[in-house]
Design a protein around this ligand. Structure first.
Ligand code: GLY
Ligand code: MN
Ligand code: MN
Length: 459
């Protein structure tokens, strides 16, 4: 398969849109990500800041992008590391200021060391600075110093900015709607992750360790040049009831379920898939019954992830099916309305959660994009029902689950069953497309796959 990537022209088009939205009295400043020390001389692998990458496609640390609408010497200014043959021999090639212009489309480029010297000049005469305060405290301080420096020059006729505005209002709204190129990249990441899950199902058997199955996932990711979009969750038996279990150390036991939440990242776009299946390849009656409830809930939620519905519709659809299933299996008692509502409490008493939340304590999804929990508002107003409408180009996860830990009042036959099923869903003009559909999730299909019905991890 051709490896889709975001083309250079798309980065240029994003910058044009941002510049147009800013208007000539404003300026936007976006610092790059920085290298993080793991211990002593070892660093974590570098991952570019998503906002910076979205606008620049420039994959180096120690850089700052400035967007100055109408600036004669160039509207897109990139500050970056200079070329340095000695350092590049140790840590890899750098674009340098010439490369920033020639290869990366900057109109103007300067060494990162000139930031203090040039930034006041860039800020002078602009009313608003669009900058995300609170993300990088060192950079926040520098920003305040530059603005103060200009304020001190007011009597000399210098106009200092009078507002620092969060850039995310404009930028995260842009990031929420995926272009055709972004969708192609995300589809590819999701397909690769789906194949990795298939491979994991086929490799699983009692006696293997959770980390051995994790290795199968990572193998498939790296085989396609990808890395994990987040730390993989590989939890057998009761570990599946710990929502963020990442130890991945235990032995897998016959009779247990295995929950895997893992997704690859390609060209800085994430996928996020969860599958749950029996270690032995065959569901017990209790596991099958609960699994079917979660699968029905997921399918109801996916059916609700369509244009015209709001963000909360898939969640409501999932919760209704989960609650109904818990009632039918006798795990909860009462009526559907009762288990979905918050219990009434006397004045002065602590408010209580809805009954179903004992077994389903998270939301049914999140936006997906460059960040696994991607940016973008979920509500358009603060009202209880101010959820935003789903529109074509949005990508969200749909991931209901049931987690039944050992608990008083629950029949022990249900204990230590943790199930989540998660897919990546693109809202389209006519409905939706499940980007991660290449890995099975029906009971019969999982049992057939694990029973040796298929032999290749690439169906
Ligand atoms: N993998 C993180 C999540 O499902 O939200
Ligand atoms: Mn997930
Ligand atoms: Mn998720």
């Amino acid at each position: 398969m051709q490896r889709p990537i975001i083309p250079m022209e798309e980065y240029a088009a994003r910058r044009r849109r941002l510049l147009d939205k800013l208007g000539k009295d404003s300026i936007a400043i976006v610092p790059s990500g920085s290298l993080k020390v793991r211990n002593r001389d070892a660093e974590y692998p570098f991952r570019q800041d998503s906002d910076f990458h979205y606008l620049t496609g420039f994959n180096e640390p120690e850089a700052v992008a400035v967007f100055a609408p109408g600036r004669e010497q160039g509207e897109y200014v990139l500050f970056c590391r200079e070329k340095n043959a000695k350092e590049e021999r140790w840590t890899g090639l750098r674009a340098g200021t010439e490369g920033a212009k020639h290869w990366h489309g900057a109109d103007d480029a300067h060494p990162i060391g000139d930031l203090n010297k040039l930034m006041p000049e860039l800020l002078a005469g602009r009313d608003q600075v669009h900058y995300d305060l609170g993300v990088n405290s060192t950079f926040d301080q520098r920003m305040i110093q530059w603005v103060n420096h200009l304020r001190a020059m007011a009597r000399a006729g210098v106009r200092a900015p009078h507002a620092i505005v969060m850039l995310d209002r404009i930028l995260h709204e842009m990031r929420l709607f995926k272009s055709a190129a972004e969708i192609a990249v995300m589809r590819y990441a999701a397909q690769t992750s789906a194949h990795a899950h298939t491979r994991a199902m086929q490799a699983c058997k009692p006696g293997r360790h959770e980390y051995e199955i994790e290795a199968e996932l990572l193998h498939e990711f790296r085989l396609h040049g990808m890395e994990p979009a987040y730390t993989s969750i590989v939890g057998g038996g009761k570990n599946a009831c710990i929502l963020h279990y990442i130890e991945n150390r235990a032995v897998l036991r016959d009779g247990d379920l295995l929950l895997i939440d893992a997704g690859a990242e390609h060209d800085c776009y994430a996928s996020d898939i969860t599958r749950t299946f029996p270690v032995s390849g065959k569901f017990s009656p209790e596991q099958r019954a609960l699994y079917q409830v979660v699968l029905d809930a997921q399918q109801a939620a996916i059916a609700a992830a369509i244009p015209g519905n709001t963000w909360n519709h898939p969640h409501q659809a999932a919760v209704t099916v989960l609650a109904q299933g818990l009632l039918e299996l006798g795990i909860l008692s009462g009526t559907l309305d009762e288990v979905l509502a918050k219990p009434e409490v006397a004045e002065g008493e602590e408010p209580q959660e809805e009954a179903y939340r004992q077994f389903y304590m998270h939301k049914t999804g999140h936006w997906l994009g460059m960040d696994v929990h991607d940016v973008g508002d979920y509500k358009t107003s603060a009202d209880d029902d101010g959820w935003r409408l789903l529109q074509p180009g949005m990508v969200l996860t749909v991931e209901p689950g049931l987690y039944i830990a050992e608990a008083e009042g629950v029949d022990p036959k249900w204990w230590n069953i943790g199930i989540r099923i998660e897919d990546d869903v693109l809202v389209t003009a006519t409905g939706n497309e499940v980007l991660s559909r290449d890995v099975v999730k029906e009971v019969a299909d999982i049992e057939a796959l694990m029973g040796g019905g298929m032999t290749s991890p690439h169906p």
